[in-house]
Design a protein around this ligand. Structure first.
Ligand SMILES: Nc1nc2c(c(=O)[nH]1)N[C@H]1C(S)=C(S)[C@@H](COP(=O)(O)O)O[C@H]1N2
Ligand SMILES: [Mo]
Length: 246
């Protein structure tokens, strides 16, 4: 992680702060190769089985930074938000035996895990927050994934300026990690609009861009190549690594 932060801060020292600007440097130029080779090294050393450190209440950063694309401005999301998300349903579909449409009450009833963990953004900032929600594994199990399902793809409400949707994906092994949660609360309050209300992924074992905000649908697939740019995520389609283990 120190190496990643070092890289991220050298990018910002060059005036490249911000995911959007890092994006330019990743898609063109030599930084892309440097970052990708460093990430490969980190995977080999750290692996996928560890637990992210959990912190104490007194470690929580009360002002958790907001980052990424703008809070969704489309009419569907706006109407849901104005209704206090009473009509929100999380769709879980694709290669499953029992497709689901889950209300927030059903998600709260599905499971309850609270964890105080550190969020690490590739730009070089971190924040400790208390996340509460249902383990992703429990929610996926409700839909009974078929044997052919290998990944879950998170479809989000937000779009960038060119109309690209934010999305992310995990394999089912990463999805089953006990700290991978569909978060409903941050610091003892329902998620606010900017932090991904009403439901976001929180996966503290990987870099911040994996923790998709404003999730509307989880699609189980055998392969993510047919989806958007084919690399498994919005930032991955711009050159970031799909596996972002810390
Ligand atoms: N839907 C969506 N999820 C997203 C993003 C985004 O732009 N859209 N940005 C990612 C990045 S780069 C980070 S660091 C975190 C920021 O989460 P926060 O705003 O709660 O701090 O959300 C991640 N999830
Ligand atoms: Mo980020």
């Amino acid at each position: 992680m120190r190496r990643r932060l070092f890289l991220a801060s050298s990018l910002s020292a060059l005036g490249l702060a911000g995911c959007g600007q890092v994006k330019e440097s990743l898609t063109n130029g030599p930084f892309r190769n440097v970052l990708l080779s460093t990430e490969k090294l980190n995977h080999a050393v750290i692996g996928t089985h560890g637990m992210a450190r959990e912190y104490k209440d007194s470690d929580i950063d009360r002002n958790f930074r907001v980052n990424g694309l703008d809070t969704p401005s489309d009419s569907t999301y706006g109407a849901l938000a104005r209704g206090g998300f009473r009509d929100y349903r999380l769709v879980v579909d694709g290669q499953v035996d029992r497709p689901q449409k889950l209300s927030l009450a059903e998600l709260r009833a599905a499971g309850d895990r609270t964890q105080i963990t550190r969020h690490d953004c590739v730009e070089g900032w971190s924040a400790i927050g208390k996340w509460r929600g249902a383990p992703l594994a429990t929610v996926l199990a409700m839909a009974q994934p078929k044997a052919t399902a290998r990944y879950c793809v998170f479809h989000c409400y937000d779009v960038d300026q060119s109309g690209q949707n934010y999305y992310e994906s995990l394999d089912l092994h990463q999805a089953a990690h006990p700290q991978t949660v569909l978060a409903l609360d941050l610091n003892d309050k329902p998620l606010d609009l900017d932090h991904g209300a009403p439901v976001r992924l929180k996966i503290p074992t990987q870099l911040g861009y994996k923790s998709a905000k404003w999730v509307r649908r989880i699609e189980l697939v055998a392969d993510f190549k047919p989806i958007y740019g084919g690399t498994g995520g919005y930032w991955e389609d711009q050159g970031y690594e799909w596996y972002a283990g810390i």
